[in-house]
Design a protein around this ligand. Structure first.
Ligand SMILES: Cc1cc2nc3c(=O)[nH]c(=O)nc-3n(C[C@H](O)[C@H](O)[C@H](O)COP(=O)(O)OP(=O)(O)OC[C@H]3O[C@@H](n4cnc5c(N)ncnc54)[C@H](O)[C@@H]3O)c2cc1C
Length: 482
């Protein structure tokens, strides 16, 4: 029987936590979770063995499959609810999505929701130890130093799972959902949403291994889209086709920056992840560091079947001598061009072309000297790159002048707070791009302008990280049941 109470499209953290909370609130519900990638037990990225990205088919194992982009993530669970040190402090919730949620929910409600979500993670084996809560005096000293350079240093306590522990935790969640009656279809891609008279009534899906196969229609009273950044482009097209309301979003373009643990020692020790945020002096653009991985590894991920983007993660046990983090510049477009997603894709494609289809890497000193980096330079560089498959070259051919100026100004400012941040041997990998698609307009219940069609997680621009994506899933389930 192809009729369900709820269909959730996408088994990333937002979809999983929606399903989990539905099992808690109403065991009688008949729920279908559809995921285009594999069961988590079959997910594996061959890059370490092959020493290069082999572009897994039908989908990238880093971004698709049960637990979405979460499985191979660094597993930093940001405890935003613990970031308010004094009553009345502003609660920082990450990118644009955070402010969207704040439109509808009070700080108190968000705090309760995040505490609950954090506890679910703890019950499934998350690290009890919190990074970034000790050494308050030293953190405040560092923040004051940053302020003098017009940099805001946001401190958010976090639990670090590491890539291997993330997989273990999400495997337990998968087992739990399967045992508790959630129907999960793996290797199944949703092609379209079925809408009749302004109401969503089902989805059309096909086997991920056979794009030309006939689709099957699955019907439901409520349909939740939880498709993540992997599905952002698909979601944009669906919104355009069905007149689902969106707002023009932004695209974050930048680099994955790699430098020695020695340089980052203090920030790593005090905060594990230091979030530096600034407005640059030339353009006034917002630039920020994101997803810091002490003793970590730079990684590659494949989107849209061919686009290769850079990212980073770290293991709990296996360590490198380098820290990596993203330096991202937010770009907004309005008139006459208003397609930030397309702009980002163009930048990424150009970088990929220069790197023979993959990731490009350049030394900071070479950018200052106006020359490309060669493999022989990397071979003798004081800092050894952790992504061996990255191709040495010149990223400034492909990254726009404005973005590049922002990044270089930002690196110089942070260097005044963290000595060595602008060392010439530091490495810039590209393209690091965060596609948020256009933000899907939703109401307090996360419902779109199409009745019974909902959007949660990173894909619709509501959230930007594991914790917030998971919390949006919990809240979604509660909204469905009230
Ligand atoms: C390498 C890496 C490291 C990261 N590290 C961290 C970190 O340390 N901390 C942190 O907070 N965040 C981290 N992130 C980001 C984090 O993983 C995401 O914010 C989070 O996974 C978003 O959850 P989501 O449910 O919205 O989407 P996703 O996790 O992207 O899941 C969406 C799922 O939907 C599926 N899907 C998409 N379209 C369709 C379709 N048409 N039909 C069926 N299924 C579909 C996809 O296959 C995917 O499995 C990292 C990401 C990466 C890639």
């Amino acid at each position: 029987m192809n009729k369900f109470d709820v269909i959730i499209v996408g088994a990333g953290p937002s979809g999983i936590f929606c399903a989990y909370e539905l099992t808690q609130k109403n065991r009688a519900k008949n729920i279908l979770l559809i995921e285009q990638g594999k069961n988590i037990k079959q997910r594996a990225c061959p890059i370490e063995k092959a020493n290069k990205c082999v572009k897994c088919q039908p989908y990238c194992n880093i971004t698709c499959g049960f637990s979405g982009a979460g499985a191979f993530s660094d597993g930093k669970l940001l405890s935003y609810h613990l970031s308010m040190h004094n009553d009345g402090d502003e609660m920082y919730l990450g990118g644009n999505g955070g402010s969207y949620i704040k439109n509808y929910y009070s700080n108190r409600d968000i705090k309760d929701l995040l505490t609950y979500t954090d506890n679910v993670y703890l019950n499934f084996g998350a690290e009890p130890h919190l990074e970034g809560i000790e050494h308050r005096d030293e953190i405040i000293k560092l923040q004051t130093k940053a302020k003098k350079e017009k940099l805001n240093l946001v401190d958010i306590p976090l639990r670090h799972l590491g890539t291997e522990k993330s997989q273990e935790l999400y495997t337990k969640l998968q087992d739990y959902l399967e045992k508790n009656g959630i129907n999960i279809m793996y290797d199944t891609t949703v092609k379209d949403i079925v809408i009749e008279n302004g109401t969503a009534i089902g989805v059309q899906a096909y086997s991920s291994y056979d794009k030309d196969a006939q689709t099957t229609t699955y019907y439901a009273d409520k349909i939740v889209m939880a498709v993540g950044r992997k599905g952002a482009n698909w979601l944009s097209n669906i919104c355009e086709k069905h007149n689902i309301k969106t707002e023009v979003g932004s695209v974050d373009i930048g680099v994955r920056y790699e430098l020695s643990d020695e340089v980052m020692e203090k920030v790593n020790k005090l905060l594990y992840e230091g979030k530096f945020i600034a407005r640059t002096s030339t353009y006034g653009d917002k630039v920020r560091t994101f997803c810091q991985n002490p003793s970590g590894f730079v990684s590659a991920e494949v989107y849209k079947d061919s686009l290769t983007l850079v990212n980073g993660h770290s293991y709990k046990d296996k360590k490198s001598k380098n820290t990596n983090l993203a330096i991202l510049v937010s770009h907004h477009f309005n008139y006459p061009f208003n397609k930030p997603l397309e702009y980002g894709i163009n930048v990424a494609e150009n970088v990929n072309k220069l790197a023979n289809g993959g990731i490009l890497v350049q030394r900071l000193g070479d950018i200052y000297r106006g020359r490309r980096t060669w493999q022989k330079d990397l071979d003798t560089n004081k800092l050894e790159p952790t992504l061996k498959s990255a191709v040495a070259g010149d990223i400034t051919y492909a990254i726009g002048y404005r973005t590049m100026t922002d990044i270089l100004e930002f690196i110089k400012s942070v260097d005044k707070v963290v000595e060595g941040f602008a060392n010439p041997e530091n490495l810039l990998y590209a393209p690091e791009i965060k596609f948020y698609s256009n933000t899907v307009v939703v109401d307090k219940n996360f419902e779109t302008n199409i009745k019974n069609l909902y959007s949660i997680g990173d894909g619709g621009g509501l959230t930007t990280g594991l914790m917030m994506a998971s919390a949006s899933g919990v809240q979604m389930a509660r909204n469905l049941i009230q």
